[in-house]
Design a binder for this molecule. Sequence first.
Ligand SMILES: CCC[C@@H](CCO)COc1cccc([C@H](O)CCN)c1
Ligand SMILES: [Fe+2]
Length: 533
Amino acid sequence: SISSLQHPAAGYRKIFETVEELEEPIPATVLGLIPSWLKGSVLRMGPGLFKVGGEPLNHLFDGQAMIHKFDLQNGGVTYHRRFIRTDAYVRAVTENRVVITEFGTAAYPDPCRNIFSRFFTYFRGIEVTDNCMVNIYPVGEDFYAVTETNFITKVDPDSLETLEKVDLCKYLSVNGVTAHPHTDPDGTVYNIGNCFGKNMSLAYNIVKIPPAQEGEGEPLEKSQVVVQLPSSERLKPSYVHSFGMTENHFVFVEQPVKINLLKFLSAWSFRGATYMDCFESNQSMGTWFHLASKDPAGYMSSHKFRTSAFNIFHHINAYEDDSFIVVDLCTWKGFDFVYNYLYLANLKQEWEEVKKAALRAPQPEVRRYVLPLDIHKEEPGKNLVSLSYTTATAVLHTDGTVWLEPEVLFSGPRLAFEFPQINYSRCSGKKYSFAYGLGLNHFIPDRIVKLDVQSRESRAWREDGCYPSEPLFVPTPGARDEDDGVLLSIVVKPGAERPAFLLLLDAVELTELARAEVDAVIPVTLHGVYRPA
Ligand SMILES: CCC[C@@H](CCO)COc1cccc([C@H](O)CCN)c1
Ligand SMILES: [Fe+2]
């Protein structure tokens, strides 16, 4: 069965190894039939260089950013990839050492500098990284490759050339924004980010970038902070990876994984400090849910939702039903930071070791939380959720907080449904039925999963020795059904004659339509976007 997938050969190591960029796109060998309407590009970001100056980069999120593109047209497919010319990449390659501190790897002091200049470098803060290896998304007519800091990089989605490094601090008071923005049908882009501003009590800013107007210049010039949300702890804001957005509300889940600002903002980049060193777990707060109205934008301070501790990276979807907000999440139970288990040395161990390490990690679970909007006239102690189709509960306490208990939509021993995707243009912020995800088996990606969030049934695609990526859903033009479309995933099959392919699955049955094989290994990719031709 699916749950007993084993990887004794440890083929997964291959997706964490350095590859070279391509000078020109290469042709793919297509097996099967690509739907004639499927014309466009799959664009994905991930780490491509895992070693600098002979030294390994330590963490999954340290590798230097590489952009990947599969072009589909007239049934033919080509593959291209380039390193993004970030400061982090260019300076590392030029100086043959890690110059910019990455998420889990500290910059090496410049051996050529004398003791005095090294001493003063010691006292300047770390140069924030622009290593945009996490996602790529459109803002107006432009495409940006991003990480979660204040630097985003404009790229050419056809040639894959690096165009411009943009500092969001020029436009917004944020220290960074997530790699998971939401986009309205009109093209308005929303995001959330930490703001280590003046009094540090308003710690999370929701930002809005208006749609591109003809001849109106740079949409980023017109971006603005629309909501400020308070931090549960003044000097320790939570790490935020994504957020929820319904038709009328924003949902922010404040997790007990905190950024220690005294460490993060400290003047000195103390010996070999990295971003990972600045995290700590709050072992008592549990997890808080915050709501804000969208238009007019405003924080809803009287809605204080509390539940037990979990890590949250990816929201699946959120929507309003009656006077409730339904929030579907990929959670990891407990306050221990899941990223502690994502060091490359861990992920590249023998399979038995990988399984042992995952035993101690937070356990994954897809959960549905239901937040009541009307909580004033109710008496404490009663379950306020009256939606017929969910067992999630919400109980008002005498202190004015509302305690939430979830409904579990998917759970398996160290089997995560992660990197969730939906039919976004049709269902984002609305009641929906289907979520597609990457199945992580003790953190190793080895399945593509479809979850029916109504029936709680799931089905999976897998193949021996294959390691897929996050699946992107592309709706069939003019489709009637929500799941009428194609799933696109980059699959690595180490040792095969053509060791990587773009897999095209029918999204209804998860049956294979086609695969476009290339004579190249493709390292792990985190997130991406399908760009119709
Ligand atoms: C102390 C953490 C600071 C926050 C930014 C401040 O808002 C995260 O900063 C980074 C830095 C480097 C790579 C990343 C990756 O995006 C993570 C995984 N997606 C995040
Ligand atoms: Fe993510």
